[in-house]
Design a protein around this ligand. Structure first.
Ligand SMILES: C[S@@+](CC[C@H](N)C(=O)[O-])C[C@H]1O[C@@H](n2cnc3c(N)ncnc32)[C@H](O)[C@@H]1O
Length: 390
C-alpha cells in the first residue's frame, strides 16, 4: 500500500516489516477471532465499573477489530491531551474520549488505512453518543517512528498510551524517542505491550506471522529498561502483567522455551538527576481511585496514609499531573511513614526471588515446578499484580 497520498510522515519510508504489518492488520486479520495467539487480546484484570461503562458505549464494529493486550487507562485524565500510538480501529481512543471529557482531546495515530477507516467511520456516532458538541477525538495517518513528521508538535501531549503496538516496530528506540519529544515535561507514556523472557533469535524475529501476532518483535523486558534510560525517560514502572499463550503447535515449536508476557509499564518525562526519598500522603482526589491509588506493582497509596517513596518516585509524583494529589514531606522527620507494600527492590530481583515464588505457589494454586520458568516468574508477577487490589 502506498503512503505517498496519505499526507503523513513525508520523509519516513516503509521497511519490509511495516509493509507486512500493514498487510496483517489491514487485510489478513479481519477480527479478533483470526488471531493465532492471545498476545493481542491477553486478559486484563477485571475492569472497574466506570471503564466498563465507557467501553459499553463503543461501537461493536470498532470493538470487533480490537487487538490490544492490556488496559491503557492511567488515572487522572480529565482535560488531558492524549495520543494513542497505533490506535487501530479506535477502541481505546473512544473509551478515553469519555474519560478526558469534552475539554480534553484524544489523537490516534496508525499507519494502516483499513484500520483508520473503521476508526473514522464512527467518529460522529460516538460524539453523538457521548453528547459532545465538538469532536474531542481525531485520527492521524502516520508512523509511530515519525510523530513529528506526522504533524504532532513537540511538548504537546500530557499522556501517550499504546496497546500492543511498540513490539511491531522495527525501531523501538526511535518510537520511544519520538514519544519522549512530543510529551510535555512531566508527561507520561503508559503502555501495554508484549515482552520476552530472553532476547529473541533471528528465526523468531524473521517469522512473518509471529511478528504480526505481536510475538516476534517482543522486547526482552530488560532491554526496555535500557532503551527508556537512553532516551531520557524515568525507569519503567511495572503496573500489571499476564501470561501469553500460543495455541498453535507449529508456532510453539519455533518458540521453544521462550516465554512471553503482556505487561503494562509507566514511563515519565521528568528532569534527570537524583532526588531524595520522601514521604507522601495521597489526598484521595483522583476519580476512580478515591480510597486507594494503585500506582504500580510496588506502590499503592491509601488515602491519608503516609508512605515512604524512593527518590525516583518522589520526583515523578511531584513533577507530573499527580503533584496536586499528594502532600510531600521530607523523609526521616516527624511521624512514621508506611513502607511500600513490596520491598523496594530492583525489578530483576523481584522476578527472581524464590520466596515470592513459594508464596505465589500457594496463593494462585500454581502446580508448576521450580524449574518451570513461566510458573516461577509469572507467579511473581501475578503477586505484584495482586497488590493492585486495595
Ligand atoms: C495489534 S494492533 C493494536 C491496535 C490497537 N492499539 C488496539 O488495541 O486495537 C497494532 C496496530 O498498530 C499499527 N501499527 C503497527 N506498527 C505501526 C507503526 N510503525 N506506525 C503506526 N502504526 C503502526 C497497526 O497498523 C495496527 O493497527
Amino acid at each position: 500500500m502506498a503512503d505517498s497520498n496519505c499526507g503523513c510522515a513525508k520523509g519516513f519510508t516503509d521497511s519490509a516489516i511495516h509493509v507486512d504489518v500493514k498487510e496483517y492488520y489491514g487485510i489478513t486479520v479481519k477480527s479478533t477471532k483470526d488471531l493465532q495467539s492471545n498476545a493481542c487480546v491477553a486478559p486484563a484484570t477485571p475492569l472497574p465499573a466506570f471503564i466498563r461503562q465507557a467501553l459499553g458505549k463503543v461501537h461493536s464494529e470498532v470493538i470487533s477489530k480490537y487487538y490490544g493486550c492490556g488496559l491503557v487507562v492511567p488515572e487522572c485524565l480529565e482535560g488531558c491531551r492524549i495520543l494513542d500510538l497505533g490506535s487501530g480501529s479506535g477502541r481505546d481512543c473512544y473509551m478515553l474520549s469519555q474519560l478526558v471529557g469534552e475539554k480534553g482531546h484524544v489523537t490516534g495515530i496508525d499507519m494502516t488505512q483499513e484500520q483508520l477507516e473503521i476508526a473514522r467511520k464512527y467518529l460522529d456516532h460516538h460524539m453523538q453518543e457521548f453528547g459532545y458538541k465538538a469532536p474531542n477525538v481525531s485520527f492521524v495517518h502516520g508512523y509511530i517512528e515519525a510523530l513529528a513528521e506526522a504533524g504532532l508538535q513537540n511538548n504537546s501531549f500530557d499522556i501517550i498510551i499504546s496497546n500492543c503496538v511498540v513490539n511491531l516496530s522495527p525501531d523501538k528506540k526511535r518510537v520511544l524517542a519520538e514519544a519522549y519529544n512530543i510529551l510535555k515535561e512531566g508527561g507520561e507514556l503508559y503502555f501495554s505491550d508484549v515482552y520476552s523472557s530472553e532476547r529473541l533469535t533471528s528465526e523468531i524475529k524473521n517469522h512473518k506471522v509471529l511478528w504480526g501476532e505481536c510475538i516476534g518483535g517482543a522486547l526482552w523486558w530488560q532491554d526496555l529498561v535500557q532503551l527508556a534510560e537512553e532516551v531520557g525517560f524515568s525507569r519503567p514502572r511495572l503496573v500489571t502483567a499476564s501470561i501469553i499463550t500460543v495455541d498453535n503447535k507449529e508456532l510453539q515449536d519455533i518458540l521453544g522455551d521462550f516465554k512471553f508476557i503482556s505487561a503494562t509499564y509507566r514511563l515519565f518525562k521528568v528532569a534527570k538527576g537524583s532526588s531524595k526519598p520522601c514521604r507522601v500522603i495521597y489526598n484521595g482526589g483522583i476519580r476512580g481511585v478515591e480510597n486507594c491509588f494503585p500506582f504500580d506493582c510496588q506502590y499503592t497509596f491509601k488515602t491519608e496514609e503516609v508512605v515512604e517513596v524512593d527518590g525516583d518516585l518522589a520526583k515523578i509524583l511531584s513533577s507530573s499531573r499527580f503533584a496536586e494529589d499528594f502532600t510531600f514531606e521530607p523523609s526521616g522527620q516527624g511521624q512514621c511513614g508506611v513502607k511500600a507494600k513490596v520491598s523496594n527492590k530492583d525489578e530483576k530481583d523481584l522476578w527472581l526471588d524464590e520466596d515470592l515464588f513459594l508464596i505465589q505457589e500457594i496463593s494462585y494454586g500454581c502446580t508448576g515446578l521450580r524449574s518451570n520458568w513461566i510458573c516461577q516468574r509469572l507467579t511473581q508477577l501475578f503477586w505484584s499484580v495482586s497488590l493492585r487490589i486495595c
